[in-house]
Design a protein around this ligand. Structure first.
Ligand code: SF4
Ligand code: SF4
Ligand code: SF4
Length: 316
């Protein structure tokens, strides 16, 4: 593996020639903002927040899709960059509901963070607003498309698991939106409620409905636990306050860890005193069910009961 030397904001970095400028900057502690970049996903290059100036080029370059080169001199936070980033955030806020006070993602929302960092604000205007398209059909996911910033992370992460691939972009231009299945509700679509998409969404467009109104991620303690239900060992976050476990949510998946509903429910059952009732889809409709059915262990329990009964009868 060859390495290159470049200078980012006056700091010299010696990194692999396979890294992008954004990855090189982050490896030496320089935080280039990005809404659509995620190290576990394909480069999408949609949000343009990660633009940088590279000496010798007049154009601003997206650092997530520009490979490092020997001798490169990069600036990540000049006045020109800050002003362009402010415009990007302002455009997003202009078609976004002013809902931070009650939004589940407030406090950990990247749009909110960058609005603060670049001094962009909600403002009155007569231009277009994204329509309110709330989907409440799932007991596991609340979708509010009016908050979607079209970063594409949900589409890419759902696509990584071959038997899912539920999400896609639909329409064009300003009307572009992310759809479940063939533009169906979450309930009607083939979504399996793994919540991968929820875990990577940087804003409040996709939130965990079982956590809603109970606790925000920063408002207590978070413990990462590993699911033992199968060999993948996916990770979940348990949120607690005053020593009481309040909610369990899927942790953003790393490569090869698919996440699934059974694992999530098993983790809730293990860590929560009073988990909400479990639901499963039957004929494309969510129905409340029992824990043994939701976890797929009804047959195992019946078998254990039968074996115990047989053993007792033999002893008598
Ligand atoms: S998604 Fe972010 S910016 Fe939008 S309402 Fe929620 S916290 Fe505020
Ligand atoms: S919950 Fe899972 S299957 Fe459903 S859309 Fe999100 S990532 Fe895809
Ligand atoms: S729903 Fe969330 S993750 Fe998906 S494109 Fe919109 S903002 Fe991005």
């Amino acid at each position: 593996m060859s390495t290159v030397k470049l200078t980012i904001d006056g700091k010299v970095a010696e990194v692999s020639s396979e890294l992008t400028v954004l990855q090189a900057a982050r490896s030496i502690g320089i935080d280039i903002p990005a809404l659509c970049y995620d190290e576990t996903l394909e480069i999408f290059g949609a949000c343009r927040m990660c633009i940088v100036e590279i000496e010798g080029s007049n154009k601003l370059q997206t650092s997530c899709s520009t490979l490092v080169k020997n001798g490169m001199i990069v600036h990540t936070e000049t006045d020109r960059i800050k002003s362009t980033r402010k415009d990007i955030v302002q455009m997003l806020l202009d078609s976004h509901p002013n809902d931070c006070l009650t939004c589940q993602k407030s406090g950990e929302c990247l749009l909110q963070d960058y609005a603060y960092r670049y001094d962009a604000n909600f403002r009155n205007h007569h231009g277009a607003m994204r329509p309110q398209l709330m989907d409440t059909s799932s007991p596991y996911i609340l979708r509010d498309n009016s908050k979607c910033i079209l970063c594409g992370k949900c589409v890419l992460t759902c696509y990584q698991v071959s038997d899912r691939q539920v999400l896609s972009f639909s329409e064009r231009g300003y009307d572009t939106k992310v759809v479940f299945g063939a533009d169906q509700t979450i309930e009607e679509s083939p979504c399996v409620s793994c919540n991968r998409c929820v875990a990577v969404c940087p804003v409040g467009a996709l939130v965990d409905k079982r956590q809603l109104g109970k606790i925000r991620n920063w408002d207590g303690n978070t413990t990462v636990v590993m699911c033992k239900a199968c060999e993948y060992g996916c990770e979940f976050e348990v949120y607690s306050r005053n020593k009481e476990n309040i909610a369990v949510t899927a942790k953003a998946p790393s490569n090869g860890r698919p996440l699934c509903l059974k694992g999530r429910l098993a983790t809730e059952l293990k860590y929560l005193e009073n988990p909400d009732k479990p639901y499963i889809k039957i004929n494309e409709r969510f129905e409340e069910t029992t824990w043994d059915k939701a976890l797929g262990i009804t047959e195992l329990i019946e078998k254990i009961n039968r074996l115990e009964k047989d053993n007792k009868e033999e002893e008598e």
